[in-house]
Design a protein around this ligand. Structure first.
Ligand SMILES: [Zn+2]
Length: 506
């Protein structure tokens, strides 16, 4: 067993490490015996040192505000590096991060994927022989989605700070997570702490397109460099309501994205003599039926726990429905009300189908012989596309319309455990950071890199450590994405504490 030995009172880079040198088993045995007889005494003991030198949560990390200021500067610089995917150009961001790590005496490795596109990895070792099953991977992506510049009031790649926000594409998704991970990694290094597991920093490319520079290919090429038993990634959220943190959502699973091609075929010809065979009409009817279809509710264990937690903090009207969502008599009605109330809740309860693309015709006066639509399906992780496809075929019930699943679908991965030590620690530290706010398991309706990791037996958990309102949250991938800077220091502090406590305690 590794113990962690540093000078008492050593403090650097925001990480304060108290001397902790003890034999673990003997005090534990003693503590067990003592607990049995001393429970009534405990109330009389005022705030004193914890028994047997075991540090309480929080004593490992001191003030992180200076580190947060540094991290904010890194984030501004990263936002200025345009990594719109495609083409991505993540190599430039990787080089910038490499510069920061090198200054700290860490040797990063830039992992080239395709021309101009790279990931960057760095490792703090706990021992000469690595134990990947214990290692903690801090992962975030450097690429961003595109912008419609006409809809932005500032330069989306200017790193502009205005009205208490850092504005820019990637300021939230996901460069803020990149710098939070980087800060936690550097804090560990500066503290020179004796860690009990390898901690790996990884910034990836091509997350937004899941293409040939993405984590899938990184795993295939470089798994030995990033293999870990645990991971911290994006995917969760900390929601603010009325200026207060309402809850912390820790992503433990995600929905699976699958596309379906819809093709209607019929008799093409002169538009002056139409027939009932027009594929444009058949396609439109099919899309109408599918677009108005509501898949059956399937409450997974994660979503049940999420709604249960929410029922304790939502307003009375909402809580009333949340409490009966699973009951035989009022459940169905509650599911309908809640689905109408919040599109995310609707999507967490069932498979959804969104028609997203239409294509037909080449001339205004020509009836085409084919018409096409694309459906984007988001499956619950436990559902399969074939069952849904069967239901949709029955619904459309038109021999001239064919539905075909596209090959490159998302990945159905197992959930991360809600019973692991790491999940328990994330829950404990998050609740403490946000004054006892509930921490709830979260099924994200969007996809992240965590599915890839979960398929490789990594217990991956998704956070977005910066508290923000639903409104701020909805600007991700939208116009005027911007990070509320008031939430930034606490977000950095949260990740530093989670990473430190997981890797320097037993
Ligand atoms: Zn993202």
């Amino acid at each position: 067993m590794e113990f962690y030995r540093v000078q008492n009172g050593f403090k650097l880079g925001g990480v304060y490490v108290r001397r902790k040198r003890y034999s673990f088993f003997i005090p534990c045995m003693f503590a067990l015996c003592l607990c049995a007889i001393a429970a009534p005494l405990r109330a009389q003991i005022k705030q004193g040192p914890t028994p047997f030198g075991v540090p309480e949560t929080g004593t490992l990390v001191g003030d992180t505000s200076n580190l947060a200021r540094e991290a904010q500067d890194w984030l501004v610089e990263l936002v200025k590096i345009n990594t719109t995917n495609p083409p991505g150009n993540e190599q430039q961001a990787a080089k910038y991060i490499a510069g920061i790590l090198t200054k700290e005496g860490i040797t990063p490795e830039i992992l080239d994927m395709t021309p101009g596109r790279s990931a960057i990895v760095a490792r703090l070792r706990s021992s000469a022989v690595p134990d990947p099953s214990k290692a903690l991977l801090l992962v975030a992506h450097m690429d961003v989605v595109g912008v419609d510049r006409t809809k932005w009031s500032v330069d989306p790649f200017g790193g502009v700070i205005k009205d208490g926000y850092l504005w820019g594409r990637g300021s939230i998704d996901d460069k803020s997570m990149v710098v939070a991970n980087l800060a936690a990694f550097i804090a560990l290094k500066r503290a020179n702490a004796h860690i009990n597991r390898d901690v790996i920093f990884l910034a990836t490319a091509d997350e937004e397109n899941f293409g040939d520079a993405s984590l899938k290919f990184l795993i295939a090429k470089y798994w030995d460099k990033i293999a870990a038993g645990y991971a911290l990634n994006e995917g969760g959220k900390i929601i603010m309501k009325n200026g207060k943190v309402q809850y912390v959502g820790v992503q433990v699973a995600e929905k699976v994205s699958v596309n379906i091609n819809v093709t209607a075929t019929g008799k093409g010809g002169h538009a002056s003599t139409p027939t009932k065979d027009n594929p444009v009409v058949h396609l439109a009817m099919a899309v109408d039926k599918i677009g108005n279809y509501t898949a059956p509710v399937h409450l997974t264990s994660i979503v049940r726990r999420y709604f249960e937690g929410l029922s304790a903090i939502e307003d009375d009207e909402t809580a009333k429905w949340l409490r009966v969502i699973d009951t035989p008599d009022r459940g169905e009605h509650a599911q309908r009300v809640l689905s109408d109330m919040n599109p995310m809740w609707n999507s967490m309860m069932r498979d959804t189908i969104a028609p997203t693309m239409l294509q037909a015709g080449v001339r205004a006066n020509v009836i085409p012989s084919e018409a096409h639509a694309t459906l984007n399906v988001r499956l619950l992780p436990e559902d399969t596309i074939n069952v849904l496809l069967n239901d949709l075929n029955k619904l459309v019930n038109d021999p001239s319309v064919k539905l075909q699943v596209q090959n490159e679908g998302g990945l159905a991965a197992p959930n991360s455990s809600m019973e692991s030590d790491f999940y328990a620690l994330i829950t404990k530290v998050s609740a403490k950071e946000f004054n006892g706010a509930p921490v709830l398991p979260f099924l994200s309706t969007g996809a992240t890199d965590s599915a890839q990791l979960r398929l490789h037996n990594v217990q991956a958990y998704g956070l977005r450590p910066f508290a923000m309102s639903e409104q701020d949250d909805t600007r991700v991938h939208g116009d005027e994405e911007r990070l509320p800077l008031a939430s930034f220091p606490k977000g950095i502090d949260l990740i530093v504490r989670i990473v430190t406590e997981f890797s320097v305690t037993h």
